[in-house]
Design a protein around this ligand. Structure first.
Ligand SMILES: CC(C)(COP(=O)(O)OP(=O)(O)OC[C@H]1O[C@@H](n2cnc3c(N)ncnc32)[C@H](O)[C@@H]1OP(=O)(O)O)[C@@H](O)C(=O)NCCC(=O)NCCS
Length: 147
């Protein structure tokens, strides 16, 4: 298993298969994908891209912390789910954010993924909300402690 930085366009096959199945490929492009503070990581097994995570420098007004990052596009190909790869990707994203003195990581989690993130120390905040065409979500966050 290897995790490395990838370009936004390299995330599309996995975004499409896992997060935007049956939808036009253009829906795999996220606003801010190519901003200078945005980073995409890909997890490879036997040189095959099987998981992705993207990190955007984005402040959510729910939180007062100055230096916030948002996780988006978290996905592991179905046949590789439940093997710990998703957790490895979140840890890689956290290490990246820690290296940039992040105070807080947040994201909008799909309802089905909430237990996965809780397992990694994230907390929900507020009520669920509907993202059209995608489903019910919860805002979740974790404060990153500096030593
Ligand atoms: C959610 C997702 C990214 C998790 O990745 P994954 O590789 O399957 O998860 P992992 O195997 O790393 O799981 C890590 C831990 O979380 C737990 N977990 C994972 N998914 C879970 C779920 N849906 N419910 C409860 N626990 C879950 C695992 O059991 C594991 O626990 P353990 O360490 O005690 O064994 C992946 O399943 C996925 O791509 N799902 C579809 C797309 C999606 O929902 N993305 C998130 C959008 S917000």
């Amino acid at each position: 298993m290897e995790i490395k930085k990838i370009n936004s366009i390299d995330t599309y096959p996995v975004r499409h298969e896992v997060l935007r199945k049956g939808k036009p490929i253009e829906t795999c492009q996220f606003k801010g994908d190519d901003d200078e503070n945005t980073v995409h990581f890909g997890l490879y097994q036997n040189e095959r891209l099987i998981g992705i995570i993207s990190i955007f420098k984005e402040k959510n007004d729910l939180f007062s912390e100055t230096n916030q990052f948002q996780i988006r596009g978290m996905a592991v190909l179905e046949e590789f789910q439940g093997k710990g790869f998703g957790a490895e990707l979140v840890k890689e994203a956290e290490n990246h954010c820690i290296s940039l003195n992040t105070d807080l990581i947040w994201f909008n989690a799909r309802e089905n993924a909430v237990p996965f993130y809780k397992n990694l120390g994230y907390t929900t905040i507020g009520d669920s909300f509907l993202i059209p065409d995608v489903g019910i979500h919860f805002a979740m966050y974790k404060k990153i402690r500096k030593n």
